[in-house]
Ligand binder design. Sequence first.
Ligand code: ATP
Ligand code: MG
Length: 783
Amino acid sequence: GQSNAPDYLKGLNPEQRLAVETTEGPVLVLAGAGTGKTRVLTTRIAHILATGKAYPSQILAVTFTNKAAREMKQRIGILIGEGNVEGMPWLGTFHSIGVKLLRRHAELAGIKSDFTILDTDDVVRLIKQLIQAEGLDDKRWPAKQFAQMIDGWKNKGLGPADIPEGDARSFANGKGRELYKAYQERLQTLNACDFGDLLCHPIRIFRAYPDVLKEYHKRFRYILVDEYQDTNTAQYMWLRLLAQRPEGVGKSANVGGKPISPLEGEMSGRTEGGASHRQAGGTAPPSVASGDISPSRGEIGRSSAETRATVNICCVGDDDQSIYGWRGAEVDNILRFDKDFPGATIIRLERNYRSTAHILGTASHLIAHNEGRFGKTLFTEKVAEDDEKVHVHAAWDSEEEARAVGETIEAYQRQKHNLNDMAILVRASFQMREFEDRFVTLGLNYRVIGGPRFYERMEIRDALAFFRVVAQGADDLAFERIVNVPKRGLGEATIRQIHDTARALRIPMLEAAAKLAESDELKPKPRAALREVAANFERWQKALETTPHTELAETILEESGYTDMWKNDRSVEAPGRLENLKELIRSMEEYESLRSFLEHVALVMDAEQNESLDAVNIMTLHSAKGLEFETVFLPGWEEGLFPHQRSLDEGGRSGLEEERRLAYVGLTRAKKNLHLWFVSNRRIHGLWQSTIPSRFLDELPEAHVEVAESGNSYGGYGNSYGGGSFASGRGGRQNPYGASRFDNVGAEKSGAFSNTYATPGWQRAQANRTEATDRNWGSRSGH
Ligand code: ATP
Ligand code: MG
């Protein structure tokens, strides 16, 4: 009964408790944001350990990020005492667990256990070699693109033999399959693997060596997965293999009985040093090593007599928070759980413990606009008299937006709120720059989570290096960074020669390079390259006196070939990097000269990024998944930014729905205070654009939302909106769906909201709009 339940179970609601205590058999917790899914997982592990059902090493627990894994370990320790956790070797991300598995059984995949994991750059370089070796033009068939195709196949668990005919034919005149195969063979020779292999190799091994799989069936008595809605097909296959075991194997001995002896369990599960696969005998047959895994879901999904058995797997997730479709995640995985695991207990949690009624009401109303969803009820008992509605603010442009957010943060600070409890969640990473700059000016601590800070990004550092050499020819560090960017065929030997010359003559590297370019010490190719570099910098340095610095900056990036380098780059990151570069140029406008701009950057770069410091959190919406904050700021709710143009162009309805789920994730991160912003002018892709408020704003419920009164900082606001309509007076740019209730925002400082709501046609207008939306945006081409 409740009274003698252990402490860690007290305070759980009945459904949560059911999810924790139903340790045997498959369990799915399908529930909305903030309902305690992660808490259930944590408590469930604590419960399994505390009742002696398994040792820490017999629990396989998958989290979405390494940070989440660390937090989970910590929380388990708090629940049952740190001494009882003794590390959880198999708690981590799919990748981190995959590495561990593969190190144990590497030989079975044709590599050695000290294999290297290649990063994206390595992979691309390797593929480029292969493309050239095939005698193909690597400009026509870019290595980056093929690297992404391979990644996509691996996300689906497809080896060279499994890829669809069409796919194989679409690259390199039909040589796609051979290239993929050659790539896998090359990896093997190099004793290396890529990220996709960390999942795909174990899948192959499990399939080809049932004895190995059996060891893990014995070992992992309990499997737990957080954020199940974002698993991709390969992750799903991997889980299924581990979870679906022949009758009897790994079935807990203690169903309805006394707890097993942990020692006994540990012994039977022990497979140190890969003893088991040696037993399995021989080396891997070539088909396994070169990547033959069946992609057929039907096959793994088959519930034959062999596979029908108790599986102690517990997955938690929320179909409304599936936001990684663009990376191959399959929300279907969560929706078909009960078919995959017959007899699954499905638990719904409906009480949200995180957010106020206004925040929850807003989020629920928004997500209801999606069609492809399970649908669920959410309620909260967190209702207090002084709960604030969700605030929607308007600003003239992104600079004013950053200023206003900064002021609001300072106001909260004066009310004794911690900066740590506040977060700014952006749709696109280029948006961070304005906030970072503003906070440095204000002396407000901030940290960027899940990625480098704006000025620390690779492309920004590269660009800054060019500018630094132009502003200050003796900046050798900067020079060295970009002398061979984009690649000009300057090898290490040449760079060393530049170094030596510079040291010998006590001159900066740039000067040394210019000298070498005129001497005959170098081979013709590097000499020509150096001559170009020297000439470029000489020209730019001269232009510094005569050309406006932003214009010059743009010229530098163009003439150096740097912008083109990213334009020709087919990786997923490339468009974001180009956006960042544009944002960099834009930010320079605020400074008088290149030099004063570089000074400012140096100061920003110097700002401390310290975990223990009280600091505002800045991150993208994608990396905010699973987190929660007292106060959340969501800037940039404008068409084209959020929903993002790219996803509208590419995805039609499904792209839009994924954006809406992202909005839902954003809104539901807030516990108490939630502020949304939209601006009427934003520079996107380097061009000033009048922007239209996000359609998502129109999808928020009036009852829970308040359009902020414009303060002094918005003086002249009504004027700037020219008669108060977004649809008119904007250089002919039309709001594609006609009426928006935000059209009037700013025109009338108060009551704009209720006025538009009172218009009987509003609901109709909105209905029309949804259709118009798909037509208008679906066909728009990208920038
Ligand atoms: P998300 O979908 O965003 O990942 P979630 O469902 O995983 O959310 P949790 O992060 O586990 O939700 O919980 C949300 C908040 O509610 C946390 O602060 C958690 O401690 C709290 N919480 C969960 N269950 C309870 C409970 N029974 N009593 C009090 N607080 C709870
Ligand atoms: Mg969670």
